[in-house]
Write a protein of this length. Structure first.
Length: 539
């Protein structure tokens, strides 16, 4: 049976069992047969993994405490989490930065090691400061070293050229479009490498597909450069000393490695496919006796383009720190020539770091913060007036959740469906630095479901079906985390809800994804201010 919450209220230093799939940070347990939750329907359940003290505040009708219940029951519950990559990020995370330069003449480095240190670890207006503010001082990045610059062993062409194999992608000219003569297998789309020898692929004319033509053990230049940079750094850094549990593998909780490459236009990636060799047999990357699989890669700081690039670092680090999902919508390959492509009106745009990576990023959306363990929400269980402080300086949001909706929605494999309400008041926060001048309530519709279910959800009216089905538009961050806007039209757009504005309604009725009423309505929204007020009605 589950642990009675009355027995663990306000525990100090209470241990919560760690589980790698620990991604649900709240749930309601309505199990009449266990007769322990009759009076606890409004209790927020959190399971953050690792040991730390309870820090949430006692709210109107619910307690936000860190407690646990029988481990195997928790394991059963967490197994159906389709966002299992999400994980709490509390405390300190150690970060190693490797500066690596491939010597590209068009991207000459101009950032110094001191510039990088200030950009990532500075006490103000930095990546470290960004996460401190977003997490309510719960997550801190610790600088354990900035190494380099290291010069690449090979020319840039080695790392950015074609894969070192004869089996090539069909997009021979790399323009992202299906051009005449490129549909080699006749399926109407660009794909490959496909393991089939084509007439222009047999470079050495031996009648078969060959790999690793230069016999250096590498096929993909990007994987080669990650291994090279880490091996160079190992001459000046003891990776083994960060293997705290002595399992000979460096997890992201033990050490995060960030690789910085000079480039005039900023870009970043996070990869968990680091290896020590690709061919003829893939081998792990082992340095100082420990295996490294993950790396964050950021391109910035060339040709005097040294403007604040906090966003690209923060965006990519969010992937590894909390398992964040991308929320941006890009123009699909088959829409390159379509000037009338419209994107879903529910996309986050400037209200989440995961939508983009501008130099000055906005706050994360509340869904990612909730899963990271940075919020202490109030679960709305009764009609009434509610006040909500700004999310930029508090840990407050409202959750509108009907447990009867869990696993009963459309389609029938939706795990959870609920709404999050936050008060965005930019003040002096990173939202203000991101030039978000709009203030008010941000209302988010959360649909937690497997990818194949999200893919089949009905499209919104403004988009074309072929783009809705495009691979470029898939992913739980894109289709499962939706912003509900009061106005999304020209010439006037508004993303936040507030009273006192003749252009914006001060009330709304929320609907589930299948169009049926959720039973939740938000009425009489106050004008935007640091603490907003509203009436929530539950049918």
């Amino acid at each position: 049976m589950y642990l009675d919450v009355s027995q663990v209220s306000r525990l100090e230093g209470f241990k919560v069992p760690y589980h790698p799939d620990n991604s649900y940070l709240f749930d309601w347990f309505f199990r009449h047969e266990e007769d322990i939750n009759q009076n606890n329907n409004d209790v927020l359940v959190t399971a953050k993994g690792q040991e730390f003290e309870s820090s949430c505040k006692l709210k109107k009708n619910h307690m936000c405490d860190f407690f646990t219940y029988q481990y195997n029951k928790y394991h059963e519950f967490i197994e159906d989490s389709i966002y299992e990559q999400l994980n709490p990020a509390i405390g300190e995370r150690k970060v190693l930065v490797i500066l690596w330069d491939p010597g590209r003449q068009e991207h000459k480095r101009t950032l110094t090691k001191r510039d990088i240190q200030k950009l990532i670890f500075g006490e103000d207006t930095s990546v470290k400061d960004y996460f401190l503010e977003n997490s309510g001082q719960s997550l801190e990045l610790k600088n354990v070293g900035i190494l380099g610059w290291y010069d690449a062993n090979e020319s840039a062409e080695t790392f950015w050229g074609h894969w070192d194999q004869e089996d090539l992608p069909e997009d021979r000219n790399q323009n992202g479009q299906l051009d005449p003569g490129e549909d080699l297998n006749g399926n109407g789309r660009l794909d490959g490498p496909d393991g089939i020898l084509q007439s222009d692929e047999d470079i050495n004319k031996n009648g078969k597909l060959d790999y690793d033509l230069n016999n250096d053990g590498w096929i993909r230049g990007h994987r080669q450069k990650w291994a090279e940079a880490i091996r160079k750094a190992s001459r000046d850094f003891d990776f083994n000393s960060f293997d705290l549990n002595h399992d000979k593998y460096l997890s992201k909780d033990e050490l995060i490695t960030v690789m910085v490459i000079p480039q005039s236009n900023s870009y970043g990636t996070f990869r968990d496919t680091v290896v020590g060799k690709e061919y003829p047999k893939e081998e792990p990357l082992i340095v100082d006796g420990v295996t490294i699989k993950n790396i964050v890669e950021v391109y910035t700081g060339a040709n005097n383009n040294n403007n604040n690039d906090i966003g690209v670092f923060a965006h990519e680090l969010a992937h590894i720190l909390i398992g964040a999902g991308d929320m941006y919508f890009v123009r699909p390959k088959d829409a390159k020539k379509d000037s009338k492509v419209t994107f879903p009106t529910f996309m986050a745009q400037g209200y989440s770091l995961m939508y983009n990576h501008p130099a000055n990023p906005p706050h994360l959306d509340p869904y990612h913060k909730l899963k990271a363990g940075w919020l202490c929400p109030e679960i709305v269980t009764s009609s009434g007036w509610y006040e909500l402080s700004d999310v930029e300086t508090s840990d407050s949001v409202l959750i509108l959740h009907d447990p009867k909706r869990d696993k009963l929605g459309f389609p029938d494999k939706i795990n959870k469906e609920y709404f999050i309400v936050e008060n965005r008041w930019s003040g002096n926060s990173y939202d203000a630095r991101a030039n978000i001048s709009d203030n008010g309530l941000a209302i988010w519709h959360i649909i937690e479901a497997p990818g194949q279910v999200l893919r089949k959800l009905p499209k919104t009216s403004e988009v074309k079906q072929k783009y809705w089905d495009s691979e470029a538009w898939q992913g739980w961050g894109r289709k499962g985390v939706r912003m509900i806007r009061p106005i999304m039209d020209t010439p006037y757009n508004a993303s936040l809800w507030r009273g006192g504005d003749p252009q914006i309604a001060d009330n709304l009725t929320l609907k589930w994804i299948d169009g049926t009423s959720s039973g939740f309505s938000i009425r009489d929204i106050s004008p935007s201010r640091q603490t907003m007020r509203m009436r929530i009605e539950i049918q």
